[in-house]
Design a protein around this ligand. Structure first.
Ligand code: ATP
Ligand code: MG
Length: 245
């Protein structure tokens, strides 16, 4: 599986006016690209546009894969407001993509992914019988089941306790190695652990941030991770006070 780089450029307008004035960024092929930025700036809108999903915002510009092939069929997305089918159990939810495509679901693989996210014993439970964090892990397993070269993750670990979050971050880093990942997060600690490259979206643009040269996933307590987290937090504060161009 070859994962292309993604190039996004242009300007983003929301229903009520400009969101991001001007940007030109390339998300690296086969690596974790992390996007941070204030609430409402347009991060989810950008991800939905990459996945060719309905979106309230409008892009004047382009989103392309650097190999020139179509993007949407190669994308798996874990959306911020993703839901599970309430009447189906966890396993059926993990393999739902296959059913929707009219393919035979690989239940063994679905079970293995549920086991990876720590939910082997909950495979027969319906979403209402799971906690919010457990539901988020089922959705992560469903995204991993899709096995696509481009994976878009919109705040995928936000409902998890800190230890489970670290575990899921490590799992996603392992299972998505070699894919082109775009991860949206509000958590500088998460970005410092997982990013090969990080950007902050502001009303003015999308600004690259510096990170340690070591490869992710980085240990949460490592000095360089904590230092990167501090730099990202400072950058986020600095960007929040900037006036758009
Ligand atoms: N369905 C919609 N109808 C009208 N406006 C919308 C809709 N969805 C989003 N918006 C507006 O578009 C802008 C960008 O929203 P978006 O969800 O992309 O932000 P975000 O950066 O992902 O924020 P957050 O960090 O809170 O998730 C916001 O100002 C929001 O109010
Ligand atoms: Mg969002």
């Amino acid at each position: 599986m070859t994962a292309p780089a993604l190039h996004i450029s242009g300007r983003l307008e929301g229903p009520a006016g400009p969101l991001i004035a001007q940007f030109d960024a390339t998300f690296a092929a086969g690596q974790w690209n992390v996007l941070l930025g204030p609430s409402g700036v347009g991060k989810t809108s950008l991800l939905r546009l990459i996945a060719d999903l309905p979106c309230a915002a409008r892009l004047t510009g382009e989103i392309t894969a650097t190999d020139g092939a179509a993007l949407a069929p190669r994308v798996a997305m874990m959306a911020q407001d993703d839901q599970l089918l309430p009447w189906a159990d966890a396993l059926a939810n993990v393999v739902i993509g296959a059913r929707l495509r009219g393919a035979r679901p690989d239940l063994q693989r679905g079970r293995a992914l549920l086991a990876e996210v720590g939910l082997a014993a909950q495979a027969q439970r319906r979403p209402a019988q799971l906690s919010a964090g457990q539901r988020q892990r089922v959705i992560l397993a469903r995204t991993l089941y899709e096995d696509r070269p481009i994976v878009l993750l919109d705040e995928p670990f936000s409902a998890l306790d800190v230890l489970t979050r670290h575990h899921m971050q490590d799992l996603a880093a392992r299972l998505l190695a070699g894919r082109t990942v775009v991860l949206i997060t509000h958590d500088p600690a998460e970005a410092a652990r997982l990013a090969h490259h990080a950007w902050i979206a502001t009303q003015a643009g999308i600004v690259p941030c510096s990170l340690p040269s070591s490869l992710p996933p980085r240990a949460a307590e490592a000095e360089e991770t904590l230092a990167a987290q501090a730099i990202l937090s400072r950058e986020l504060k600095r960007c929040a006070t900037q006036v758009p161009a």
